[in-house]
Write a protein that binds this ligand. Sequence first.
Ligand SMILES: [Fe+2]
Ligand SMILES: [Fe+2]
Length: 309
Amino acid sequence: MRLAHFSDIHVTAQRLGWRSSDWFNKRLTGWVNLRYFGRGRRFAETDRIVQALMQEVRTRRPDHVIFSGDATALGFEEEMTRASRLVIDPIQHGPGGMAVPGNHDTYTEDVAGQGFFERHFAPWQIGTRLSEATYPFAQRVGPIWLIGVNSSTGNFWPWDAAGSVGPEQLQRLETLLKNLEPGPRILVIHHPMSLPDGSPEDRWHGLRDLAALVRVAANGGVCLALHGHHHRAYHLGRCALAPFPAICAGSATESRNWSYGEYEIVGRLLRAIRRRYSPETGSFEDCESFELELTDSDGPPGRSDRERR
Ligand SMILES: [Fe+2]
Ligand SMILES: [Fe+2]
């Protein structure tokens, strides 16, 4: 079972589709940051790198592709259209995918309600659901369950990149994890469980309801979390904040951080290779490898277990 995991590509567009209300929300400061304070330079090669990444997928043929959010820079639909064309179109006849939004994809309170991400990444959001609600959803990949959760909320303050899952989604997650057939459950979410050293995130960058999410996930048999949000990749085993390991994919396209992860899962062992973009060759090459032991659980005794007995 081989998974390719990438995140935080932050695609933008020439014509963003500004509306007058955007000059009075955090998009203005975000745009100034992008245009004048170096963020635009750090993501200058984004389109080219995403094209190289999708060529990788075509060549290396993973069983499934996972995207953990931040498709765009400022959450404009024009950016979302370009991002999904760059990501999904080149591999539409290849492996299936899972995608969850990042905080940049729900940039403001207004954008969060528009459903741009869900519309443009719909092919990668096909899965098992409890109700009409988009999140959470589950995809079966071989013996594994991937569980997509939305942690991205529209935030008001320019410096607020925090997220939350919310009580209703947590309730649905609890039931979904209980109802799924047995099999390792892997949580796919944008926000991290902790910082690289296992310590808590800053309140303006982390998950506001992390403790509740971790409790539901751990009780539901989650054995690994895959996320993004931090642009430098890292991984850690279980820590004080979460009793399961976590891998941050980092940004696939930000200058110098540009990498993604390829994970092979055999039983409870995950073998990872991090592949880094080389601007000289215009392609990716191995830069790091590591192993993680997944938490030993196939999920709680749920409906399907009882049915089999
Ligand atoms: Fe990001
Ligand atoms: Fe983010």
